[in-house]
Design a protein around this ligand. Structure first.
Ligand code: SF4
Ligand code: SF4
Length: 412
């Protein structure tokens, strides 16, 4: 007898069967696994996997994951020592002749391990999950006082004004979603996002009580919690009649967009770059963002934006940068190479993550750019740390902050 079930029912039954160590695969998951069986063992992906390269072949790479799973997909726990090493950069899938969905398999494996063998989930990732349960974000937020001081100092330094958070309400057109990094670490990104939207008279608001987009939760393996958070978020903004989300984070953009589709929410999710390019237009952007001196700028292409959302967003970013007055755009060979922070590798194995970042720093050094902009707060923080450690003279800015500075301040 064949029984058709929805995702909720499958999650519920999976949890019950997990106690008996029985694995349930949804039709969607079965489809993903069967895609892996197409792997031809050609090894092409190995040449592009950053983790394979820096771990001196300890990590078996995408082919190893594909190979192991194509032999016995049900014994997913055999892969537990490798699935948390993947940055989910997607370089393997992009180069694979049969388009084997390695990143999707890695995420699925993590979710199976989380349900069936929680003892195999790395402790440092469990801590991040506890943060989400406690604070709503993957990092513990600063106290109000500390946050106020830090934000004031940072905005004064970069010449941007401090504005209030406008609440999302009935009649708002856009829900602005800053993401955990911008809310708890790179505070100026959230402010810059607001300022850019205001500069172009966008009718937006910030959803009250918004929480993590769900990406880190899904990457730890708790896909049920990620779905629940995302479903709640979409329902809340829909109650206000809002149908569009704009975010300044590459990871949030890719996750919320996929979730909106997967949950059938009818919500349109875009990165700020997409929104500006498609709704405002390059000419208007360049007329507004006309401040600041001459600077040679290169673009870091976050994996979650270029490979997970789509190359066209990176092309939009390039078009915007090329159009800005006094900005000399420098093409960077290796712009789309992973910075090492993705897939939670930065938290799981900081040494391997830093080794991948080191390759990225070589790419940046060779570019000759005076400033590198990254349309993702996670990449910006990660690359900035590397630049400071290596004492490179190049500047690193989040794309949104750079744009806000070109609009509002004289100093860039
Ligand atoms: S997604 Fe990136 S890190 Fe993961 S296996 Fe593929 S190439 Fe390697
Ligand atoms: S995953 Fe793709 S690129 Fe890698 S070995 Fe298999 S077929 Fe080749």
């Amino acid at each position: 007898m064949v029984v058709f079930m929805g995702k909720k029912e499958i999650d519920h039954i999976s949890r019950i069967l997990a106690e008996e160590k029985i694995v349930v695969f949804s039709p969607y998951e079965d489809e993903i696994y069967s895609e892996i069986e197409k792997c031809q063992n050609c090894s092409l992906c190995l040449a592009f996997c950053p983790v394979f390269e820096v771990t001196d072949k300890f990590y078996p790479g995408p082919r190893g994951i594909a190979d192991e799973l194509s032999r016995d997909v049900r014994e997913f726990w055999r892969a537990s020592n490798i699935v948390y090493m993947c940055t989910l950069c997607g370089q393997c899938q992009e180069k694979c002749p049969v388009n084997a969905p390695i990143p999707e398999v890695v995420v699925l494996l993590r979710s199976k391990i989380f349900v069936q063998r929680p003892d195999l989930v790395p402790e440092e990732l469990k801590t991040l999950l506890e943060n989400v349960s406690k604070y709503g974000y993957i990092f513990e937020p600063m106290s109000n006082e500390e946050r106020g001081e830090s934000l004031k100092g940072r905005l004064e330094m970069i010449g941007l004004p401090l504005t209030k958070d406008p609440p999302l309400e009935k009649g708002s057109k856009i829900a602005y979603f800053p993401g955990c990094q911008a809310e708890t670490r790179l505070l100026d990104v959230k402010e810059a996002g607001k300022l850019v939207l205001e500069a172009f008279n966008v009718n937006y608001g910030i959803p009250e009580g918004w929480k993590c987009c769900g990406l880190p939760i899904r990457l730890i393996g708790d896909s049920a919690m990620a779905d629940e958070l995302q479903r709640g978020f979409f329902e809340k903004i829909k109650e206000l009649g809002v149908r569009e989300v704009v975010t300044t984070c590459a990871g949030c953009a890719s996750e919320l967009r996929a979730a909106a589709k997967h949950l059938g929410s009818g919500i349109h999710v875009r990165h700020l770059i997409e929104f500006l390019f498609e709704e405002v237009g390059v000419d208007v952007i360049s007329r507004k963002a006309c401040n600041g001196g001459n600077v040679k700028v290169a673009l870091h292409e976050p994996c979650h934006l270029g490979r997970h959302v789509g190359r066209y967003v990176v092309a939009y970013a390039e078009r915007i940068l090329k159009a800005l007055p006094n900005v000399n755009y420098a093409g960077m060979k290796g712009a789309d190479e992973c910075c090492g922070a993705g897939g939670l590798l930065k938290f799981h194995d900081p040494t391997v993550s830093a080794a991948i970042r080191s390759r990225k720093l070589d790419v940046i050094s060779k570019s000759g750019a005076g400033l590198v902009v990254a349309p993702c707060p996670l990449c910006t923080v990660n690359i900035s740390e590397g630049v400071a450690r290596r004492k490179l003279s190049v500047g690193i800015d989040d794309f949104t902050v750079f744009l806000a500075k070109r609009i509002y301040s004289k100093e860039v």
